[in-house]
Design a protein around this ligand. Sequence first.
Ligand code: CA2
Length: 144
Amino acid sequence: MRILIINGPNLNMLGVREPSVYGTGSYEQLCAMLHGWADMLDVEIEIFQSNHEGAIVDEIQEALGNFDGIVINPAAYTHTSVAILDALKAVSIPTVEVHISDVNAREEFRRHSFVSLYAMKTIAGLGFDGYRVALETLKTALAE
Ligand code: CA2
């Protein structure tokens, strides 16, 4: 089972600022945790991060035929990107959306997610652990 993990803009800055919102762990630590959880769950993962909307759309398109599932934290594009929503719909790969922070308890503009219109599940507010829950959710769904 192959799962693509996509992280959107500024997530590569994790641990550098806003530790009260996103925790103190760095992006490298998040990636190490993801590899550990993937081993534990016996799933293959590839991790992709970009600050560019088009690059994320390209990556989603290239996932067609190469991945069974997608875990995506679209970061700020969550709230703005019809292009990412359309790409997910186009490839029709089972997808779980993750947010490190509790987007529903923050500014009003963070409450709306375009990606949620496609994702089978949205996990928010669990910190880095949300990615583990997303991997478990996808593994269970894909096994059914
Ligand atoms: O909670 C999440 O995971 C978010 O997707 C993170 C995005 C934000 O725009 C979404 O509303 C919720 C922001 C990621 C930026 O990460 C930073 C990391 C370090 C310092 C500043 C921002």
